[in-house]
Design a protein around this ligand. Structure first.
Ligand code: MN
Length: 215
């Protein structure tokens, strides 16, 4: 009996040692009559952000997403900002969603689920996500209004575009908060952290984390 237990232990050690090496870097180019977006994303990054969308507040939020998700993210966006910020924000969301999906590939070895509770002073966000292959956004954030010219309804439009194109299930709740800047910041940081947790590789897993065999 003792010998058998020892054998089991040894087997387990060997399994854990196996390293998964997957290149998870992607470049997306997207051009429409309204916007032109060039995005590069490295899920195995270090939080390096180089963002320019023409909307300074949005750049600030995307930089936080990269920094706290430890992704390398570069975005060059040119949009019809004179019309509205909507096209640019939505199209950056589409490009980021496509980038996430492509960088994940078939999802081999990923943890799949991720969640984050992130405070920013009085604001507190909860972001929970599942890399499921099924787009769904639950967005329960009551805050309304503008930060300079950036309307808070754009935050929902952005995450809708991300979830639709990444194929993820995403729940965003604002548990509390009054300051608009703090609220949006807590949400973007939370998404970065939750996505990092869900997309990170579990060395114990060799296949796709689904009993169906695919995501
Ligand atoms: Mn800030």
């Amino acid at each position: 009996m003792i010998q058998m237990a020892r054998k089991t232990k040894i087997k387990r050690k060997i399994k854990i040692k196996r390293k998964i090496k997957i290149k998870r870097k992607i470049k997306i180019k997207r051009k429409t009559k309204e916007t032109a977006i060039i995005l590069s994303l490295n899920l195995n990054g270090r939080g390096k952000a180089d963002i320019s969308t023409g909307i300074p507040f949005f750049d600030h939020m995307l930089s936080l997403l990269a920094m706290h998700g430890l992704f390398d993210l570069s975005i060059r966006g040119k949009g019809d900002l004179e019309v509205d910020y909507h096209h640019t924000v939505e199209d950056v969301g589409i490009a980021l969603g496509q980038g996430i999906k492509q960088a994940l590939g078939d999802g081999k070895g990923i943890r799949r689920f991720g969640e984050a509770l992130v405070p920013m002073d009085e604001a507190l966000s909860r972001v929970v996500l599942d890399i499921s292959g099924r787009p769904y956004l639950g967005y329960r954030v009551k805050a309304r209004g503008k930060i300079k010219e950036f309307n808070l309804e754009l935050v929902e439009a952005f995450f809708k575009a991300v979830t639709d194109h990444a194929g993820i299930t995403l729940h965003i709740d604002l548990l509390c908060g009054t300051n608009r800047h703090h609220i949006v910041e807590a949400i973007f940081k939370g998404f970065g952290r939750a996505l990092d947790a869900a997309s990170s590789l579990d060395q114990r897993r060799s296949g796709v984390p689904s009993t169906k065999g695919s995501i």
